[in-house]
Write a protein that binds this ligand. Sequence first.
Ligand code: PLP
Length: 284
Amino acid sequence: RTVYVNGEYLPETEATVSVFDRGFLFADGVYEVTSVLGGKLIDFDGHAARLERSLTELDMAVRLHRDELLEIHRELVTRNDIEDGLVYLQITRGSDGDRDFVYPAEDTPQTVVLFTQSKPGLADSPAAKKGIRVISIPDLRWDRRDIKTVQLLYPSMGKMAAKAEGCDDAWMIEDGKVTEGTSNNAYIVQGNSIVTRELSTDILHGITRAAVLRFAREAQMQVEERAFTLDEAKAADEAFVTSASTFVMPVVEIDGVALGDGTPGPVARRLREIYLDESRKAAI
Ligand code: PLP
C-alpha cells in the first residue's frame, strides 16, 4: 500500500512518525473517514468541512485546504487501485521533540497521515441484508463528542463488549437516552416517524446523518430530531445506524430484544437504497 505522510507518498513500510508525536502520546489529533464507491469519493465536501471544524475547535491551524486534500485523496485512491473502500485521514498537533502537556509552538508542523483500505463490495455487505444486533452500554466518553478526535479507546471497548456477547455493536446511553453507536449515529422508527438525537456536543455530527435526513425529508418522510430512550428503542418498529463506512445499516435487536419481526425494516432498507443511489450520483 502507498500511504501519505507529511507531503510524501511512500510505501507503508517506509512511512514514519515521531515517538513524541502528540497524536501518539495524548490522542491530540483529529480524523476523517471517507468512503469510496466505484473509485469515487462519497460526501467529500462534508468530511473536509467537518475536519476544518474539528481542527478549529482544538485550536489547530487549518493548513491543508479542500482542493489539496481532494488531490491527496484521489492520488491515494488511484495509486492503490481502490474501487470500493475507505480513505482514512488523521492530523495531529505534531511535537517539538519532547513530551509536554503544554502545546508546542503555533508553527510546529502538524503530522498529516492518510491511507486507504480496500473493501470490495462495500455497498452490498451481507450485514446490511441481515441487520446488526447491538447491546447498550453507559456513555463514558468526554463531553465534546462533536469533535472527531482520535480518542477511540472507549468506543473500541464498547465494540469488544458487544463482540463478547455475540453482538455487532454497542449503543451508548446517557441519562437513559441513546447518544449514538460506537462509530455511528443511531435512529429509531416509530410508526412513520424517523427519530434521531438532535445535534449538540453530545454526539458526532455525522456527515452520513446530514445526507440521510435530507434525503428522508425530500422523500416526504417524517423526521424528529430529539433524544430517545433505550426503552423507546426496544419498543420501536425498527432501528438503524448511519456512518461513512456502513451507510445506512439496519439494527434488528437491542439488548436481546428483537425489533419488529427481527429483520431489517422497510424504512431502513429504503433509506439505504436512496442514500447509496444519491451518493453515488454526487460522488467526485
Ligand atoms: N458517531 C460516531 C461516534 C462516529 O465515530 C461516527 C463515524 O465514525 C459517526 C457517528 C458517523 O459519522 P459519519 O457519518 O460522518 O461517518
